[in-house]
Design a binder for this molecule. Structure first.
Ligand code: NAP
Length: 282
């Protein structure tokens, strides 16, 4: 049976590239109305055209926001809520890995701000709309590399000892801790929240890697999957009736799996929630 999402509205962050674009194409084929949250207008427009042309679905919209800039996220949420009554599916997909430490306009390390804090804020700003659209689903994109993450609450912004993998792994661990805490807060609300490792996928993700690293990674091509394959679990969680009531789980290849032991620590989950609330209220 083909799932019909024609009465469902979905926001996908980072929908102009890689797994996000493949997810948008998959859900557009099922008839969903899609709002693409992208930071670059031209890239967004090109992908919008491609998604409409590929799927024949004309209910695709582009809205610009930069996930490392909290004011831009607030403006996005305000614009979204003034033009849409409903939100059934939120896919927090956008992600980066910054080679050198950079900060946003309020001094937050960019990888952590984009991959995690921006999505924390976006989700919270859209929560009422999701709750008034139940059944609704939130899907966060993490990575298997969260297992190497370790949050030091005195150095969340990696002011000391920055490393690109360290920043990335921490942000991806935060995606999971956030998912579990939010799932508990939303218990029995009709809004589910799950988190995904998409697999090692051939996307634009390595754009900041050196030529040498990219050549090296090409040697492992047989261990990687296409963006379409990488999008399958997000599409499954967004659309399948099978998972309608499942919440607070970590998924790989459309199957529930265990995340790292650390990620189940409820006091870390709560501490991160409170810290994130403070950090994104600035
Ligand atoms: N590819 C993998 O092997 C792999 C493995 C595990 C997890 N993941 C996760 O999968 C997700 C998707 O990554 P991908 O592989 O599809 O990479 P990608 O092709 O580089 O796509 C990333 C998307 O995020 C957007 N983005 C980056 N910074 C943003 C910001 N500040 N505001 C708004 N959008 C922003 C990018 O926009 P621009 O095009 O404008 O830069 C792009 O649309 C990420 O969360 C990544 O961590 C990927």
């Amino acid at each position: 049976m083909n799932t019909d999402l024609s009465n469902r509205t979905c926001i996908i962050t980072g929908a102009n590239s890689g797994i996000g674009k493949a997810t948008a194409i998959g859900l557009a084929k099922m008839g969903a109305s899609i709002v693409m949250l992208c930071r670059d207008e031209q890239k967004g427009k090109n992908a919008l055209k491609e998604i409409k042309d590929t799927t024949g679905n004309q209910s695709i919209e582009l809205m610009i926001a930069d996930l490392q800039d909290y004011d831009s996220i607030r403006l996005f949420a305000q614009n979204y809520k003034s033009t849409h009554d409903k939100l059934h599916i939120l896919i927090n997909n956008a992600g980066i890995m910054k080679k050198k430490r950079e900060t946003n306009n309020i001094g937050h390390e960019t990888t952590f701000a984009t991959n995690y804090l921006g999505h924390f804020l976006l989700t919270n700003l859209l929560l009422e709309t999701l709750q008034s659209s139940v059944p609704a689903r939130i899907i966060n994109i993490s990575s298997g590399s969260h297992k190497r993450g370790k949050l030091d609450f005195d150095n969340l912004m990696l002011e000391q000892k920055y490393g690109r993998f360290k920043a990335y792994n921490n942000s991806k661990l935060a995606n999971i801790l956030f998912t579990y805490e939010l799932a508990r807060r939303l218990e029995d609300s009709g809004v589910t929240v799950n988190v995904v490792h998409p697999g090692a996928a051939r996307t634009n993700f390595g754009r900041e890697f050196s030529e040498r690293t990219r050549k090296f990674l090409k040697l492992f091509k047989q261990f990687t999957v296409s963006a379409e394959e990488g999008a399958k679990t997000s599409i499954f969680l967004a659309s399948s009736p099978e998972v309608e009531n499942i919440t607070g789980k970590y998924w790989i290849k459309c199957k529930q799996v265990k995340s790292s032991k650390n990620s189940y620590n409820t006091s870390i989950q709560k501490r991160l929630w409170n810290a994130s609330k403070d950090l994104t209220s600035k």
